[in-house]
Design a protein around this ligand. Structure first.
Ligand code: AKG
Ligand code: FE2
Length: 317
């Protein structure tokens, strides 16, 4: 796995300001070509990330038997242990809209006592991510056509979010130059907002199949388009394949916030989005059926996490 390393300089958008016409065309291009961009002025302080990182560390440092109390065979299923997504990946899921309750419940199970500091911080983070996701969907819809943000706002009204706190621990003695912390995949979201720490390792696959590094960029967050928006936009927005590579023997911390359609939403690209004379790339499908398809095709196959909405609802056209 030692390919020459190339990085991609993603455009950065100030999410606190209205987009200028030239920024809008840069954003449209980024969404079409890569499905990835950076945002800045997102309103989350360095201090909050520091706290989140250290609280998360205290959780991931717990013995495995304790962590499994919130694992896949528990009632809450919030903790994903090593060897599910990859041997080097573990994560804790915090679900919205009540991020406080979800974090409190996991902390109670894991630490044997409620941890209100942890829950308060996740409540704040979940709330901020929810607002950011709404703004991001708005600007991304603007890329599809003039006034499309207002026209299609209601389709996204029932979206919901969940957060994944991720700890990557590379092998102690690394014989290979790099290992996959998380294999190639696309996200099952409308949009995903990722915070990656300074270790780096997030990569996006170009249309030609080349892996490009998305280097950590001070005070910015990475945004990527997910499968649900790719399907809804008739592939005008790209949900691109990405993965995480571990190159150094240090742990990597990241937070991925997934903003998704409600489970029973019928995903069907609107006529105006498809455009006259164009064919629909996907058959209409119910959101939860796609989620189930992915769940069933990925279980235990961490070497090849690669199924997408094309495999599920593609018309072959
Ligand atoms: O850890 C990261 O930087 C990205 C994680 C990711 O792609 C995911 O959880 O879907
Ligand atoms: Fe992802």
């Amino acid at each position: 796995m030692s390919e020459s390393q190339t990085s991609i300089e993603l455009p950065v958008f100030d999410i606190s300001q209205p987009l200028s016409p030239s920024s809008l065309s840069t954003l449209s291009l980024a969404c079409k070509e890569w499905g990835f961009f950076h945002i800045t002025n997102h309103g989350i302080s360095k201090d909050l990330y520091k706290k989140l990182h250290s609280l998360s560390n205290s959780l991931f440092d717990l013995p495995s038997e304790l962590k499994l109390k919130a694992g896949p065979s528990s009632n809450i299923k919030a903790y994903t242990p090593h060897f599910i997504a990859s041997p080097f990946f573990e994560s804790l899921r915090v679900s919205g809209p009540d991020f406080f309750a979800s974090a409190l419940c996991s902390a109670e199970v894991l630490f044997n006592q409620p941890n209100s500091e942890f829950s308060e911080i996740l409540k704040e983070y979940g709330y901020k991510m929810t607002n950011l996701s709404r703004k991001i969907v708005e600007i991304v819809l603007m890329c599809l056509g003039d006034g499309f943000d207002k026209k299609y706002e209601s389709e996204f009204r029932n979206c919901h979010g969940y957060l994944r706190i991720i700890n990557y621990s590379p092998p102690v003695s690394q014989a290979e130059k790099e290992v996959e912390g998380l294999g190639m995949h696309t996200d099952m979201s409308c949009v995903t907002i990722v915070y990656q720490d300074e270790v780096g390792g997030l990569q996006v696959r170009s249309k030609e199949g080349k892996w490009m590094d998305i280097n950590p960029c001070q005070a910015t967050l990475v945004v990527n388009i997910g499968d649900l928006l790719q399907a809804w936009s008739n592939v005008k927005l790209r949900s691109s394949e990405h993965r995480v590579i571990l190159r150094r023997s240090v742990n990597r911390f990241s937070l991925a916030f997934f903003w998704c359609f409600e489970d029973d939403k019928l995903i069907f690209a609107p006529d105006a989005v498809v455009g006259e004379g164009n064919l629909r790339v996907y058959k209409p499908f119910v959101c939860v059926d796609y989620l189930k398809f992915r769940e069933n095709s990925e279980k235990g196959k961490f070497e090849k996490v690669g199924f997408t909405v094309k495999d599920f609802a593609g018309t072959g056209g």
